[in-house]
Design a protein around this ligand. Structure first.
Ligand SMILES: Nc1ncnc2c1ncn2[C@@H]1O[C@H](COP(=O)(O)OP(=O)(O)OP(=O)(O)O)[C@@H](O)[C@H]1O
Length: 259
């Protein structure tokens, strides 16, 4: 299996604090990962480094054959799809929804001008495919949290990505919208040319059967990584959260109880 994403001995220091302390992680084609860890352990920071929004303090990050520093990172970034709430704060409230989606094509946040007609058509098609065509003429600032999430999903689909990173993608979604979103995710994973999915979440209920591997972070370090069956245990979850928890599995889905 070829390497889709490789993170080697990566550290991230900000404000004099070592936020990531030497991360080694590899995602291979055909694998889909879940990233788990308590608040503040460094999940979003790791994602920011992989997507090129922040530079690592040391270490190497490779997407496919291309390495940060040795390749044009603007080109590399186009192969990483990102759905994150952090993005929502950078998008201008007056940006038309179609432009927000089309901006995914160039991995830019605000276009400041209308995108080419072909991109607008692609954006409208994606919006329709997610059942959100009624948002076509809306402005970003007027959308609900769930609507913003759907628009960001469409944005990620504009690019030909090798890896699709979903940072707490279900945050703010109602239970039914969440299940629909997870089904959509499972559908993406079944595409013949599916990108590798990397989903950051706090909720084991969102770990679908299509997610094959788990990365557990604690205090800027890797606590465990490997296949879901190896890593996802009550003992490991109790260790990262620093409290006893009990994990149960039923029909390929999980539930967690804090004891
Ligand atoms: N630019 C920065 N300067 C200083 N501290 C930072 C910076 N970015 C992140 N941090 C700190 O690093 C730690 C890790 O933050 P990060 O957002 O990566 O955690 P997280 O695991 O995603 O947390 P959560 O689950 O709460 O979203 C936090 O304590 C945060 O305050």
């Amino acid at each position: 299996m070829s390497s889709v994403l490789r993170v080697q001995n990566v550290t991230f220091v900000r404000g004099g604090r070592r936020i990531l302390k030497g991360i080694d992680w590899e995602v291979k084609s055909g694998q889909h990962w879940c990233v788990l860890g308590p608040n503040g352990c460094g999940k979003t920071s790791l994602i920011s480094l992989i997507t090129g929004y922040e530079p690592a303090t040391s270490g190497d990050i490779q997407i496919g054959e291309d390495q940060f520093g040795n390749s044009d990172w603007r080109e590399v970034r186009k192969r990483v799809g990102l759905v994150t709430n952090t993005l929502t704060t950078f998008i201008e409230p007056g940006e038309p929804v179609i432009n927000v989606i089309a901006s995914g094509r160039e991995a830019k946040l605000n276009l400041w001008q209308d995108p080419p007609a072909a991109w607008q058509r692609q954006a409208a098609t994606l919006l329709k495919a997610t059942g959100s065509q009624h948002l076509r003429k809306s402005l970003w600032g007027t959308l609900s949290q769930g609507e913003k999430q759907k628009v960001l999903i469409c944005r990620a689909l504009m690019a030909k990505f090798n890896v699709l990173i979903l940072d707490e993608p279900c945050a703010g979604l109602d239970p039914v919208a969440r299940e629909h979103f997870l089904n959509w995710m499972a559908e993406i994973s079944s595409w013949p040319e599916a990108p590798s999915l990397v989903m950051v979440t706090h909720h084991v209920e969102e770990i679908l059967p299509c997610l094959t591997h788990v990365l557990m972070l604690k205090d800027g370090n890797i606590h465990a990584e490997g296949t879901k069956d190896e890593v996802l245990t009550s003992a490991a979850l109790s260790e990262i959260y620093g409290a006893p928890v009990s994990l149960t599995a039923k029909n390929g889905r999980y539930a967690l109880m804090v004891l």
